[in-house]
Every structure is written in structure tokens, then in C-alpha cells.
Design a protein around this ligand. Structure first.
Ligand code: SF4
Length: 360
């Protein structure tokens, strides 16, 4: 069992962050926010995949105004991502943003920050202080140097300095992120930050890369931090369809036994004993699993001799053979099926099991 660090609780719309709430999985749209139809379509796909909070970029007034129409058509809370412009932050909240991500220090002075804080207080909107390696103030870089795994101090001081600006205005509805594109700096930075604040922490590795590099970097950094009880919400950043970010996020939580969502696929890597096109078969099964909700363990294995035994923990599985395959349950052969019928017979059994689980 992972013992989670105690943090304050805030709410982004109805979703609790910190204070023992489930670790929330977030993503960010990559459509133009002002193109409402495309943005809503992407958010709906993300909702289906399990996204719990969505962030949208608000680079102009049109984007801020679109938030009203977007929110009417989605069910998860929406955060506005603002750079530099206090008027856009206020406009985003007036149009229904349930959170904003800003750097209080670069909004243009205390008066502008005061207007943002007043709007956030009135609309009960939390603020994420989002610092990254590229946004650190020059004086901090001079004092502490560019953040490294050995010395991530500039990131932490920048974040805490920005937090103080909000606190000085009497605002405490805060969460913090300190993102770096370097895995080890991310780990070292959040470890230190967690010791110095009780505000909830949003984890992430920024500019992590494509599906493979981004998944590995994020999983190493976030996996280590989450296993130490650090982190209350996160986004896996990938240069991909954001739906993949959600899938990777839930696999990460599942692998740490923190949260489970939907079935788990076990599949063998194939070897010289494989006599079927297992890659295609596994893809077809994986696609079907994405629309299922129960936490079944499902195996797709390359040979009938070793497959059922190697995937003994699976609730249901298939193994392919030479012209004939098997469906097995908990390691025991359940049915022998001609290879051509293997997938349809298996999917039928799978759906039956899913229905049984749902009615339990
Ligand atoms: Fe090879 Fe069979 Fe094991 Fe797959 S299940 S890796 S085909 S021995």
C-alpha cells in the first residue's frame, strides 16, 4: 500500500484534488479552443477514455468566450491555460472555466493579479501555479542556476514565490506544478517541493516526446513520485492524440495498484512457437476492451501449449495454434475453436463475462 502525502483539498468543479481524493487523470486538448465543435468532439472522446479534468489553451478572447458553449456540451470540469494575459484569465472565468493555470508573476504586476484573484474568488475557481524550466525568473536562475537533478531549487523557489504572490492577496485555493522535460530533475524537484508545501501537486514531465519516449519518461518520473505518495493529479504529455495520454495514465495507475479502470490486457511477446498473426489478434481484442468497463484480466497468447499456463491469472484468454485455437479461463481450456472462428467466439465469451460482472 502506498501511503500518500497529506495535502490540502481543492475542487476543480466537482472533482476533488488532494486531501486523500483519488488521483485525477487529466489531459489537454490540441484543437483550436475557439473551434467549439472540434474541441467538444475531442473532449467527448477523452471523457469516454476516462479523462477527469480537461485543460484548454486560451490564447485569445475568442477562445475565452468559447468556453461557455464548450462547457454546455461536456461533463468533465474545464481548466483554462493562460499565459501572461490577466484579462484572458478573467474572461475565461466569466465564461465558465472551473480552474485556471497561470504564473501569477508574469501577469504584469499586482493590480492585474488582484483582478484575477478577485475573479477566481468570486467564481470559486482554483488556480494552478504552473512553473516550468523555461518560465523561471532571471534572478532565480542567477542565484540557483538552471534546474538540474542535483539542484532543482530554481524551479521550487519560482513556484513558491508565485504561490506567495497569491497568498499575499488572501488566495489559498491553489495547486502547484513544476515541470521539466528532464526525468531526474522532475523527480528531484517534486520530492523537495512536497516537503515544503501542503498544496496539492499536479505532476507532469513537459515536452516528454512521442508515444514511446513520452510514455517511458513520464512513467519513470511519475511512477517513482506516485509510489512515494507524491502527487494528487497528473497529465501524461505526449506528442500524440490526447486520448493516448489517458490510456497511458490509467495503465500507470494500474501498474502501481493505485486505481483500476476497465479490463487489463495480458499478451505474450510471441516467439518461434507462434503460428498465428498474434499482433493483429491482440490489436483487435485491445480495441474491443477499450469500450468495456469491468476489471477483467484478458489474455491473448501465441501458442496453445504454454499460453494458458503463462496467463493463468487471466479471467479469460485465447491462444492460437496451427489451424485451431483455444479459449481458456483461469488457465483451463474452455473451448477448442477453428482458427477462423477464434476471434468471434472469444468476443462472445468476453461479452458474456463482462455482462455477468456488471450485474454482480
Ligand atoms: Fe512463445 Fe507461447 Fe510463450 Fe507466446 S505463450 S511467448 S508463443 S511460448
Amino acid at each position: 500500500m502506498i501511503e500518500r502525502k497529506t495535502t490540502r483539498q481543492i475542487h476543480v468543479g466537482p472533482v476533488a484534488i488532494g486531501g486523500g481524493a483519488p488521483i485525477a487523470v487529466q489531459s489537454m486538448t490540441n484543437t483550436l479552443t475557439s473551434e467549439v465543435e472540434a474541441t467538444v468532439a475531442q473532449i467527448r472522446r477523452l471523457e469516454q477514455a476516462g479523462c477527469e479534468i480537461i485543460r484548454v489553451a486560451v490564447p485569445d478572447q475568442a477562445a475565452a468566450e468559447s468556453i461557455t458553449a464548450i462547457r454546455e456540451q461536456i461533463t468533465i470540469p474545464l481548466i483554462a491555460d493562460i499565459h501572461f494575459d490577466s484579462r484572458l484569465a478573467v474572461a475565461a472565468m466569466e465564461h465558465g472555466a472551473q480552474g485556471v493555470r497561470i504564473n501569477p508573476g508574469n501577469l504584469g504586476g499586482p493590480d492585474k493579479l488582484a483582478r484575477v484573484v478577485a475573479a477566481a474568488t468570486m467564481h470559486r475557481v482554483p488556480i494552478r501555479v504552473g512553473v516550468n524550466s523555461g518560465s523561471i525568473e532571471k534572478d532565480l536562475l542567477k542565484q540557483f542556476g538552471y534546474p538540474t537533478p542535483e539542484r532543482p531549487d530554481a524551479l521550487i523557489e519560482s513556484a513558491l514565490g508565485n504561490v506567495r504572490l497569491l497568498e499575499e492577496q488572501g488566495f489559498f485555493d491553489i495547486k502547484i506544478s513544476i515541470k521539466s522535460s528532464d526525468t531526474l530533475t522532475t523527480i528531484a524537484g517534486y520530492r523537495q517541493l512536497a516537503q515544503r508545501t501542503e498544496y496539492p501537486l499536479h505532476l507532469g514531465v513537459t515536452e516528454a516526446g512521442g508515444l514511446i519516449a513520452g510514455t517511458v519518461k513520464s512513467s519513470v518520473a511519475l511512477g517513482i513520485l506516485l509510489s512515494e505518495g507524491i502527487g494528487d493529479t497528473f497529465r501524461i504529455s505526449l506528442t500524440r492524440d490526447p486520448v493516448e495520454e489517458i490510456r497511458v495514465g490509467y495503465e500507470l495507475l494500474r501498474s502501481l495498484r493505485i486505481r483500476e479502470r476497465g479490463p487489463e490486457l495480458i499478451s505474450c511477446p510471441t516467439c518461434g512457437r507462434t503460428r498465428i498473426d498474434l499482433f493483429t489478434l491482440a490489436e483487435q481484442v485491445e480495441q474491443r476492451l477499450q469500450t468495456m468497463e469491468s476489471n477483467l484480466k484478458v489474455a491473448v497468447m501465441g501458442c496453445v501449449v504454454n499460453g494458458p499456463g503463462e496467463a493463468r491469472e487471466a479471467d479469460i484468454g485465447i491462444a492460437g495454434g496451427h489451424g485451431v485455437g483455444i479459449v481458456f479461463k483461469k488457465g483451463e481450456i474452455y473451448k477448442k475453436v477453428p482458427e477462423a472462428d477464434l476471434l468471434p467466439v472469444f468476443l462472445e465469451e468476453l461479452e458474456r463475462l463482462e455482462a455477468e460482472r456488471k450485474t454482480k
